[in-house]
Ligand binder design. Structure first.
Ligand code: LLP
Length: 402
């Protein structure tokens, strides 16, 4: 990947994606589940650029969506509607209605109240809603608290007993068809045991539902497979699949898996350029043209991203520095107290592992246009989202002309 050339050609700040990495990750995971029927449903919240989603569609991927907007993106990019799942802890009526009209694989229901809404809306439309229920297995996934979702203290899903009641209700309803079960205990998981435990708990529930003639066809294990940002030990896809499959004996289910980060995280880089250096007191700051509005993970989660500074100085001295953006917040940083060579303005800074939850979490804070996005595939690069302009930023604002 020639980052210098790409930054010259497209400018900075810039996201660059390696589509071959995406493909390899997809194939590796698909292969790991080959002992069973499986659908890999890419969690498009991780990176929802239409060209990225289209790439996954071309591989046969489904999509895990958390808003009707994401469902529409998935369909627009060519994802098979029978591989689309609509999850989320709060869905509006119009979203439920549209999902039913679009006839996607299933709506993943997260509360009793929502189940009743889906039932009513399906009835009004004269449709039968295929649903799954998100079970919260009360397992500690041992990840960052902001991205941990499988504990009873979290807002996601329902407990086992409530889920059972909901399945019985759904089975009785003319307008609900309970085809799936779902759990997702957290993101950036690096330990296998919590996944196996959660899967075992949910598989037991499937068995007890089977005993009362509720036949679950789709066993949705959520996403969450972690990636290497620094020196984490990560879970191998094969071991991950085996851990899940080992809990499913006697069950004839299709596995649904919803990875986001695993598929795209390490196939993305964020490129930014040095504007200036400055020293305040005893702190050295390298100020770059990208900021927290472009890539918020360091500010929001204190997340580590590997950073390479391509200094153009001859034999630069190396010393500790903070790499910061121009946004007016002290939390606007990419790294603190890391070893950085002396730089000249214009030197390139490459931030790694930025393919997941990078662009999708970007904002226009400080009226900053969001970066452009570039795909690299077959040794060729192409623009897949142009840089925003000031006009884009104000396009929705009305009533200000006097
Ligand atoms: N399925 C469900 C129901 C989810 O809630 C999520 C992520 C996924 C699948 C995909 O998870 P993944 O495979 O990417 O770990 N913004 C945070 C991550 C939030 C994840 C939210 N849910 C970050 O930057 O780390």
């Amino acid at each position: 990947m020639n980052f210098k050339e790409l930054s010259k050609k497209y400018g900075t700040p810039l996201y660059v994606y390696d589509f071959e990495h995406f493909e390899n990750q997809y194939n590796e995971l698909k292969k790991a589940f080959k002992a069973r029927k499986s659908i890999i449903s890419y969690a498009i919240k991780a990176n929802s650029n239409l060209s990225v989603v289209k790439k996954f569609a071309s591989l046969g991927s489904g999509a895990d969506c958390v808003s009707i907007g994401e469902v529409k993106r998935a369909l627009l990019a060519g994802i098979d509607k029978y591989k689309i799942i609509f999850s989320g802890v709060g869905k509006r009526d119009d979203e439920i209605q549209e999902a039913l009209e679009k006839d996607i694989l299933m709506i993943n229901v997260e509360s009793e109240a929502e189940l009743k809404r889906v039932d009513e809306i399906a009835k009004n439309l004269g449709k039968v809603a295929r649903i799954s229920i998100r079970v919260n297995p009360n397992i500690d996934p041992k990840t960052h608290p902001y991205i941990s979702t499988g504990l009873s203290e979290n807002k996601f899903g329902v407990d086992i007993e409530t889920a059972k009641k909901m399945y019985i209700y759904a089975k009785k309803s003319q307008n609900l068809n309970p085809v799936g079960i779902h759990f997702h205990i957290g993101s950036q998981l690096t330990e296998l045991e919590p996944i196996r435990e959660a899967s075992a708990i949910v598989a037991d529930l499937v068995r007890s539902l089977k005993a009362i003639n509720i036949d679950i066809k789709f066993f949705d294990v959520g996403g969450g497979l972690g990636i290497k940002y620094k020196d984490e030990e990560t879970i191998k896809p094969y071991d991950y699949a085996q851990a899940i499959l080992s809990t499913l004996s006697g069950l004839d289910v299709t596995i649904v898996c919803e990875p986001g980060r695993f598929l795209v995280g390490n196939g993305g880089w964020f490129l930014t350029k040095v504007l200036y250096e400055k020293v305040n007191g005893d702190k050295r700051f390298v100020i770059v043209d990208g900021a927290m509005n472009d890539l918020i993970r360091p500010s929001l989660y204190n997340a580590y991203h590997k950073i390479e500074v391509l200094s153009s100085k001859e034999n630069p001295k190396v010393s500790k520095a903070n790499i910061v953006g121009p946004v007016c917040e002290s939390g606007d940083f990419f790294a603190k107290e890391i070893e950085v060579p002396e730089t000249n303005p214009g030197d390139l800074v490459v931030i790694h592992s930025a393919g997941a939850y990078g662009f999708t979490m970007a904002s226009n804070y400080n009226t900053r246009p969001r970066p452009a996005e570039v795909a690299v595939e077959d040794n060729k690069d192409r623009l897949i989202r142009r840089r925003e302009t000031f006009e884009d930023l104000i396009a929705c604002e009305i009533d200000y002309m006097v």
